[in-house]
Design a binder for this molecule. Structure first.
Ligand code: HCA
Ligand code: CU
Length: 436
């Protein structure tokens, strides 16, 4: 099967990997927003998110169909204006509307100036029975007519078609529908709507679709119900899929989809550098921090591009990372914007880190023997801390009032050589570590 539409991407040559970020569509469906009594991103949030994504190097951004609500329509226009402002500096970014195979959605998206339509419809038996109730051939007939008309009326639009729940749709059914639709679109989506796909099933599906539609680009959208959204996206890319849907921090319906920074980080680790063309990897951690603050939370500990991935609490680990961080940090997070490392003072801290903290960070005169004694007292008392106290305060109190430690005088110009600025100065218990 071939796709007959020669499509001009406004002179844009798609890269080896094109991320279609859907933070503002799929991500907006996340229950996390409800948990934090936020419920939706306001227009200011959306513009900041879009600007950050464009600066990060994303060229395709998915938004809701503008007829979802008057607010979505107004937001679409504001986002488009923000996108337009960045064209001279950053090149063109395509705004894609996520639309049902319904004339109202298509008309609203076209009116709002969308560059493309991400059309979708449920194909699996379950969706057909419980969602829209239409049989396969009726779906094909309606979708085909609509797409034919849309293609003819708006030759400039980027049209994509997705069979929702593609991984619970029989291959024969999927192909029967895609065969009919192929002449009108440039991309087929294969969403794993409920997160049932596994790396082998992804590899198999991508191979079948690539063979059957060699001129068609494929797009993946992997939900994380089993925790496979990242590995499935990697597997799809390794088998030749070019377009992948992501969100910031992987948020989305239920447990979400593939995290954008986790995906790029893993491609880097796997040395797939040609897939990273045009992405500003050093912005990875800053973009995660920006987005986490919108959700009123910290960058989650399960996010690979996080400071937590560089935070050490166990005494044995702390001692080792003081000597070389590579002992407990295998991959280079610096390139992803995590330029600090942290050791947290707490019940598990050993005398090494206490010595390091008192001497190198707080500039006390302290020898190792005294640091060992202070550590013993600290370890006894730290369990009784109330939430108002901090381990740092306790340690300093012990050091000064019980051990009578006094300060060294360190010339100003040497201070920066010893300690890095801490990532979050609110966290009094964090010890900044010098990177080696
Ligand atoms: C949805 C379902 C969807 C669609 C993905 C797509 C999914 O919320 O509309 O159209 O590519 O997971 O199937 O997100
Ligand atoms: Cu989804």
């Amino acid at each position: 099967m071939t796709n007959s539409i020669p499509f001009q991407f406004k002179n844009y040559q798609p890269r080896r990997l094109e991320i279609i970020d859907t933070t503002l569509r799929e991500g907006s469906q996340s229950s996390l927003l409800h948990d934090h009594q936020k419920y939706f991103f306001n227009q200011e949030d959306k513009i900041e998110i879009v600007r950050s994504l464009i600066i990060y190097g994303v060229k395709f951004i998915e938004l809701f169909a503008p007829n979802v609500s008057p607010q979505e329509k107004a937001d679409f226009a504001a986002i488009k204006a923000a996108r337009d402002e960045l064209i001279v500096q950053k090149g063109y970014t395509f705004l894609l509307a996520h639309v049902r195979c319904h004339p109202d959605d298509i008309a609203a998206a076209v009116d709002s100036g969308a560059d493309g339509l991400n059309l979708y419809i449920g194909l699996s038996d379950i969706a057909r029975t419980h969602s829209h109730g239409k049989d396969l051939m009726t779906i094909v007939k309606n979708a085909r007519a609509l797409l034919e008309e849309t293609r003819a009326n708006y030759p400039h639009l980027i049209l994509r078609f997705s069979g929702e729940d593609a991984f619970r749709t029989a291959e024969a059914d999927l192909c029967r529908v895609y065969d009919e639709i192929a002449p009108y679109v440039v991309r087929f989506g294969t969403p794993d709507t409920v997160g049932v796909a596994t790396p082998p099933s992804v590899a198999q599906r991508v191979k079948v679709l690539r063979e059957r539609y060699p001129n068609m680009d494929l797009e993946g959208h992997f939900h994380d119900d089993r925790g496979f959204s990242l590995i499935n996206a990697l597997e799809a890319i390794k088998n030749g899929m070019r377009y992948i849907n992501t969100t910031l921090l992987g948020i989305g319906d239920r447990s979400g989809i593939t995290s954008i920074t986790a995906l790029l980080y893993n491609l880097y680790i796997d040395k797939m550098y040609d897939h990273l063309e045009g992405y500003h990897l050093r912005e990875s951690y800053p973009i995660n921090v920006m987005f986490a603050s919108k959700l009123r939370k910290l960058v989650p500990s399960k996010e690979p591009v996080s400071l937590t991935n560089r935070t050490h609490t166990a005494g044995v680990h702390q001692k080792a990372v003081l000597s070389s961080v590579t002992t407990y940090e295998a991959f280079p997070l610096d390139q992803f914007g995590v330029s600090e490392s942290e050791v947290l003072l707490g019940p598990l801290s050993g005398w090494n880190v206490i010595h390091y903290f008192l001497k190198e960070i707080k500039y006390y005169h302290v020898d190792e023997a005294t640091a060992k004694q202070i550590a013993a007292v600290f370890k006894e008392r730290v369990y009784n801390l109330t939430p108002q106290d901090s381990p740092t305060k306790l340690l300093i109190e012990i050091a000064e009032s019980e051990f009578g430690l006094s300060h060294l005088t360190v010339p100003e110009r040497f201070k920066d050589n010893i300690v890095q600025v801490m990532a979050d100065s609110q966290r009094e218990t964090a010890v900044g570590l010098k990177r080696k």
